[in-house]
Design a protein around this ligand. Structure first.
Ligand code: ATP
Ligand code: MG
Length: 138
């Protein structure tokens, strides 16, 4: 069993895509074991995206991620990290496969609707960043 962190980003929330993303998770038998809505401040977004701190898009990304509420979820299942990333599609929606969330709904390389952890180590860090043990159903 694996766990991963999902975020419905500010563009996904403001475009009314919370239900659509959750529908795709459930349709693909991906189990949601924690969920809440939050709005990050700049410090919190910078800490979350610390791996990208030297990238040219870091400031823009953290500003975007603090621009409105997001829905954070913990997902659980066999190979859920790659399974969920397959549902998300490529970072750049123009390169994303047909039928993926980003292909269907992203409007920009930055405003790409969803986040998903990329490895077990990053998933553990990211889940702990947003959730305590009482908030996760096991
Ligand atoms: P995420 O980590 O959000 O799941 P990802 O793993 O597909 O996305 P990363 O390389 O980790 O992609 O980039 C993190 C986020 O930074 C992207 O989802 C996107 O919002 C933004 N981003 C990535 N590359 C660029 C870029 N070249 N220009 C602007 N924003 C970018
Ligand atoms: Mg990433």
């Amino acid at each position: 069993m694996e766990r991963t962190l999902s975020i419905i980003k500010p563009d996904g929330v403001s475009h009314g895509l919370i239900g659509e993303v959750i529908k795709r998770l459930e349709k693909n038998h991906i189990k949601i074991i924690a969920i809440k809505m939050i709005q990050m401040n700049q410090k919190q977004a910078q800490g979350f995206y610390a791996v990208h701190k030297d990238r040219p898009f870091f400031n823009s990304l953290t500003t975007f991620m603090t621009s409105g509420p997001v829905v954070v979820m913990v997902l659980e299942g066999n190979n859920v990290i790659s399974k969920y990333r397959d549902l998300m599609g490529a970072t750049n929606y123009k390169e994303a496969a047909e039928g993926t969330i980003r292909k269907d709904f992203a409007t920009d390389i930055e405003k790409n609707v969803v986040h998903g952890s990329d490895a077990p180590e990053t998933a553990a860090f990211e889940i702990g960043y947003f959730f305590n043990s009482f908030e996760i159903m096991s």
